[in-house]
Design a protein around this ligand. Sequence first.
Ligand code: NCD
Length: 305
Amino acid sequence: MRHILNTKQFSKEDVANILERTYKMEEQCKAGKVEKLLQDKIVACIFFEPSTRTRLSFETAALKLGANIISAENAAANSSSYKGETIEDTSKMLNCYADLIVIRHPKMGEVEDASKVSDKPVINAGDGANQHPTQALLDLYTIKKEHKRLNDISIAFVGDVLNSRPLRSLVPLLLLYPGSTFYFVSPKELVLPEDYKKYLVDSKVNFVETDSLEEVLPKIDVLYMTRVQKERFTNLEDYEKVKDSFLLKLEHVSKLKKEAIIMHPLPRVNEIDSVIDRDPRAAYFRQAQNGLYMRMALLCYCLNL
Ligand code: NCD
């Protein structure tokens, strides 16, 4: 059995294996012939933070594979965490009931703490502003599917570069392939945290920080928009100042390469004008759809099936 906690845990071979499994899941779904590999298994989805795509795609993935699910969708209020139970004790309890445990938590490191006392695989569905490995894997799958390659990808992350956990998880995956260039586009209040910048410098990553979206648009293969993470701000006045920093409009899209794609982990709040949805380069709903196939593959991967 394997936990999924942080994308830095994966080798290039692991990722190739996961992408291949995901492709098979997509084929099976499209053919309407999904092998019930998780028959008689129980998957627990315990979410201490709101979620639409991550939780519902994990639950759909489990159901499609023949598993049953138990779930706490508002665990901060509706589980014994509200009464003060530690994540370790909650994890030990889930071990009594489920074969695999998916956890989202607002506190960095909390899902890893849950995994340390678990004999069942634990999947990190997002821990604070730290990691969101399953999102990054579905993002990587999307880039591969759309561009037919993972080498030599120029990608711009736009918006809340400081707090985006999909960003922090996707960068190490792209670094497994040669030739990537990263642009981090944000207002000065939301620039990369120092520790992450140090990691990029130490890893000799080719990256640029800027506040100009216009400047990067013609250079990139992937435009990755992010939501300003309101829930990570301690002072709402600070949030108000930066919340509408970058709204992607048609005039921006016209500056992109013809073959570039626009991604967003969603939910979008005020980052992408909905008229852009009709542009074939708008890949964000295809990206979300890929999340189902990826999570089917990951449930099997964690259980060694
Ligand atoms: C992301 C997250 O939770 O970090 N959402 C998701 O899982 N698709 C991004 C976000 O909430 O902005």
